[in-house]
Every structure is written in structure tokens, then in C-alpha cells.
Design a protein around this ligand. Structure first.
Ligand code: T46
Length: 132
């Protein structure tokens, strides 16, 4: 499946790097929420759900991890290991995150506030939702 990695421009100088994330500029939606995961235990798979409406950008700001996306027809595996790369994940895409390095910090920018009713946590229901 087609995936959308966004290159984030770093404002580097002799002091180091700085990246700015701005809604509807380099982030293609209003940013309503930011969360991040760290200290992820070796071997675990996070995610395993889809969203009805939520759009997100995933940025591994430190370390690395792998994201698997599944639109119900095709899958793609994307390695995130650069703080200047964001992975756009649209709604109605099944996602799994795994192979976190011990130092990984995965930051997520989300287009909506947290809403459990937006989650589809059963893969069979996800396929059914797409068919409808
Ligand atoms: C997603 C992937 C990439 C909150 O209270 N507020 C929040 O904003 C979030 C995201 C989670 N939570 C609570 C709900 C659970 O008790 O934090 C706990 C862990 O959440 P969850 O098991 O959903 O985490 P992941 O890593 O499986 O999935 C998360 C997001 O939930 C999801 O939207 O797309 O990261």
C-alpha cells in the first residue's frame, strides 16, 4: 500500500537541530493532541487497532521502531528511525507498532482529542467497517 512519510525541515546551525511542527503547515491537520510512548518493553506489539476518523503523524523522535499499516487490502512496514521524518496515518487504517529500540520515544500528533468510541479494536470489525 502507498504510505506517506513527511520530511520535516530541520533548522540546524552550529548549536544543533530544531524542528517546528505547525498545524496545517507541515502537519496536514489541526493538532488537537500530542502523546508519546517510551520505555516500551522488548517484544511487545502496540496499536492493533484502526480509527474511524482520527488522522495522525507518528515521529520517532529518539531511537527507532517499526510501524505496520494495513488498509484491508494491502500492508506496508515502515521503519521510523529519524527525528526529521513523520509518518502520516489516515483514518480507517489498521496499525501496529513493534521492534522498539530500548531508547525509542515515539511521538504522535493527533487530529482529535482522545475518544475511545473512535477506535476499532477488532480486526474482523475493521474489515466489516471497510466493506460498509
Ligand atoms: C494510535 C497509536 C499509534 C489516553 O488516556 N489518552 C490518549 O490520548 C491515548 C493515546 C491513550 N490513553 C490511554 C488509553 C490506554 O489506557 O493510554 C493507554 C494506552 O493506550 P493504547 O493502548 O491505545 O496505546 P497504543 O500504543 O496501543 O495506541 C496508541 C493510540 O491509542 C492510538 O490512537 O493510533 O498509539
Amino acid at each position: 500500500m502507498e504510505t506517506n512519510k513527511i520530511k520535516l525541515v530541520a533548522h540546524g546551525d552550529y548549536r544543533g537541530q530544531l524542528i517546528a511542527l505547525e498545524e496545517n503547515k507541515n502537519i496536514p491537520f489541526d493538532i488537537k493532541r500530542v502523546y508519546y510512548m517510551y520505555d516500551t518493553v522488548a517484544g511487545v506489539i502496540r496499536g492493533k487497532h484502526a480509527h474511524k476518523s482520527l488522522q495522525q503523524i507518528l515521529i520517532c523522535v529518539h531511537g527507532s521502531c517499526t510501524v505496520k499499516l494495513d488498509d484491508g487490502r494491502e500492508t506496508a512496514e515502515i521503519r521510523l528511525d529519524k527525528p526529521d521524518e513523520g509518518l502520516y496515518v489516515s483514518n480507517v487504517v489498521w496499525r501496529e507498532m513493534y521492534d522498539f529500540s530500548p531508547d525509542a520515544v515515539l511521538m504522535v500528533l493527533a487530529s482529535e482529542l482522545y475518544d475511545e468510541s473512535d477506535y476499532i479494536r477488532d480486526y474482523g470489525e475493521f474489515l466489516e467497517y471497510i466493506r460498509e
